[in-house]
Design a protein around this ligand. Structure first.
Ligand SMILES: [Zn+2]
Length: 329
């Protein structure tokens, strides 16, 4: 474990890469244990030991000080937690573990090269303290280099009753969309390392916000449904929708509950989804730039009126897209 904490302030933690402690231990283990007199060979060993110690002290203080920054320090459900790691060599393979999931650190070039992991805090994550561990993968094994308790603060989400006709409620009750949802979940697991977006996202369509992220939904007052995993933007049928940032089209097809659906892979574990489209304007495999047309707003699937459901997933968890309109990732 990297074991030297040099500096601490509100958001920064500094760790020194003292994984070399194993090297020091191995060196002494190989030395004879029961020496009574020191001969020339022992002198050489002592000189080598001192050299190794000086090298470790130099390298840990001058070259391998890694800094970690958490933003925000105490996330709320629906927020995206950004973990930035500076000064780690590009070849180092680092990942975080949080709530039984693995989050790889990817190289980010802006504003200066560093490593970053994005953790989506699920909208139904109960408030509390959760351990977050950071590991470095070596040749033979992984090493835990740091750990911290992350406080997820409480957030109240409003409730909403949705009135749906029998033909649509039966689709939900009979779990007709289960295989489609499994297909989307399977797609979200595929991680690609290149960051295809830059800066904040643009709103994908001009429209009135008709429902926010996180609302607890009940259908016809008696069927409890999942919390709302995106933003609803109400707009007339046929209003164009655009990519909010660069991304690959990885799914573009009609689904039972989601209606005509498009899924974009923005890279580094970030995906965005567009549901209920009246028309799909892209094909899987296409690379879209920010602002490129992807389809038209509609009311296909489970929808009470024409609107665009826009969702963002970060390493498999649905987060609040509104945050991505103002925060740079
Ligand atoms: Zn929605």
């Amino acid at each position: 474990m990297k074991n030297l904490s040099i500096e601490y302030n509100d958001l920064y933690f500094v760790i020194a890469s003292l994984g070399r402690s194993n090297l020091i231990k191995d060196f002494f283990t190989r030395s004879p244990r029961s020496q009574t007199k020191l001969g020339p060979r022992d002198d050489r060993r002592i000189i080598r030991a001192i050299s190794v110690l000086l090298f470790c002290a130099y390298s840990s203080s001058a070259q391998e000080i890694w800094t970690i920054k958490f933003d925000p320090k105490e996330p709320a459900p629906g927020q995206t937690l950004k973990i930035e790691l500076k000064n780690a060599p590009e070849r180092a393979t680092v990942f975080a573990r949080f709530k039984n999931k693995t989050y790889p650190f990817y190289t980010v070039k802006q504003p200066s090269p560093h490593k970053r992991a994005l953790v989506g805090i699920a909208g139904d994550c109960p408030a509390g303290q959760y351990p977050l561990e950071i590991y470095q993968r070596g040749w033979l094994r992984k090493r835990k280099i740091w750990q911290k308790e992350i406080v997820v603060i409480a957030k109240e989400f409003p409730k909403e009753v949705i009135e749906l006709k029998k033909d649509k409620t039966s689709l939900i009750e009979e779990k007709k969309g289960a295989s489609d949802t499994a297909k989307i979940r399977q797609r979200l697991k595929k991680l690609t390392s290149e960051q295809l977006w830059q800066g904040v996202f643009d709103i994908p369509t001009q429209g009135r916000q008709t429902s926010i992220y996180g609302i607890r939904r009940v259908i016809n007052n008696d069927i409890p449904w999942n919390f709302h995993k995106g933003l609803d933007l109400g707009a007339p049928e046929g209003t164009p929708a655009y990519a909010p940032g660069g991304g690959h089209v990885v799914l573009a097809e009609p689904l039972t509950l989601q209606g005509n659906c498009v899924l974009l892979d923005h890279g580094q574990g970030v995906y965005s989804i567009y549901m209920h489209l009246s028309e799909i304007g892209v094909r899987p495999g296409q690379l879209l730039k920010k602002g490129e047309f992807l389809g038209k707003v509609g009311s296909t699937g489970i929808a009470t009126a024409a609107h665009l459901h826009w969702g963002i997933y970060v390493n498999g968890d649905a987060v609040d897209p509104a945050e991505w309109l103002t925060r740079k990732f």
